[in-house]
Design a protein around this ligand. Structure first.
Ligand code: ATP
Ligand code: MG
Length: 345
């Protein structure tokens, strides 16, 4: 399989770009799932012609929790192949691995020094990921939102297309940027905005539908991985938590069936009313069978393309290298300006 990659744009020419810039990323912490796809990646693909896009595999974020090195390295390539298989086109984006552009780590130290602990203490993701292990988790997990702010701010990002769980982190990014700009009385950072869709912004766990679907959930049955076989999908949807009412309708009081219906809505593009009418008088079994077919049909072509990319690792590596080479000059210029105003060097 061949993919055209377009020529690197000179750093100076970036200023001429008229398109607004987007930045987003996924951690290579495991197999990506329907939540990542519907809440983030599918939206990136749909709008990639409209924006100047930067999409990252955020491996520095992945080491904020324990992860096997061989697995991390392999996951990074798998995620790159999945990005491409989902439809990201290197002609329309810089696609790279975060640790290949060292400016992310460099800016992160500087902005850590400018971010009040009180702001980080409010971050709900840290609380849920650290759980009761407050004394043993790495400080990187605590500072994760600052690294995410750097990812975004390095590239003068206008929009950050993410799932609803990242809303708070993008708000924090804005606060950090405004504080820094005010401190040095210069527009060093562009103030970004979160771009969160109304449909599928938070896909919930299949087994505990009050928790979001996550790669890091130890229960495999809680999520549909983009690489799941039709048999596994059927089993997971079949076992997904519902209730005893047997009424196929959106209802905030019944998060299990509502979550499954939201997935169906996102995949079919139909309205809530149309879906409820389609399953009126029908049971959960019939709905779950339709949902399973719909998921399998969506994932089949993605899986096929994924295997094609994974069979050509040198090409994958060259796309990632070119992406990093095209991202680095932008990041380096931001770090240069930051160091200058801070008085470093
Ligand atoms: P982890 O458990 O390792 O944090 P994750 O599943 O939360 O993994 P991330 O890599 O943290 O995935 O997030 C990648 C993107 O997917 C982000 O834009 C995030 O907002 C989005 N996302 C993650 N989970 C969901 C979900 N359940 N529904 C919708 N969007 C999601
Ligand atoms: Mg996450």
């Amino acid at each position: 399989m061949t993919v055209d990659t377009h020529e690197a744009t000179a750093p100076g020419a970036e200023k001429m770009a008229t398109k607004k810039r987007t930045f987003s990323g996924v951690q290579p912490t495991g197999n990506i799932h329907l939540g990542n796809y519907l809440g983030a990646i599918r939206n990136w693909v749909e709008t990639q012609d409209q924006y100047d896009n930067i999409f990252c595999i955020v491996d520095l974020h992945a080491i904020t929790v324990p992860i096997d090195p061989v697995e991390l390295h392999a996951n990074t390539r798998k995620l790159a192949a999945l990005y491409l298989a989902c439809g990201l086109d290197p002609k329309h984006c810089r696609l790279f691995v975060q640790s290949h552009v060292h400016e992310h780590a460099e800016l992160s130290w500087i902005l850590n020094c400018f971010t009040p602990m009180g702001w980080l203490n409010r971050m709900t993701q840290f609380k849920s990921k650290a759980g009761s292990n407050l004394d043993s988790v790495g400080t990187g997990l605590y500072c994760y939102p600052v690294l995410m702010a750097c990812d975004i701010l390095l590239y003068h990002t206008n929009y950050v297309p993410v799932g609803d769980d990242q809303r708070q982190h993008v708000e924090l990014t804005r606060d950090i940027a405004i504080r820094f700009n005010n401190r040095y009385k210069q527009q060093i950072f562009t103030i970004p905005e979160a771009q969160i869709r109304s449909v599928a912004a938070r896909i919930m766990s299949l087994t505990e539908p009050t928790k979001k679907m996550s790669k890091s959930d130890p229960d495999e049955g809680s999520r549909i991985s983009l690489l799941d076989t039709p048999k596994a999908i059927k089993k997971k949807i079949g076992r997904a938590t519902t209730d005893s009412l047997r009424l196929v309708a959106f209802d905030p009081e019944r998060p299990g069936i509502t979550n499954l219906l939201s997935i169906y809505q996102a995949l079919t593009g139909r309205s809530r009313e149309e879906i409820e009418a389609e399953f009126e008088g029908k049971g959960y079994g019939e709905f779950k069978a339709a949902l399973t077919d719909c998921i399998v049909a969506t994932l089949e072509p993605i899986q096929q393309r994924y295997h094609e990319y994974m069979n050509d690792l040198p090409m994958l590596e060259s796309i990632l290298k070119e992406g990093a080479d095209r991202a680095r000059p932008l990041a380096a210029e931001t770090v240069r300006r930051v160091k200058e105003v801070v008085g470093l060097g």
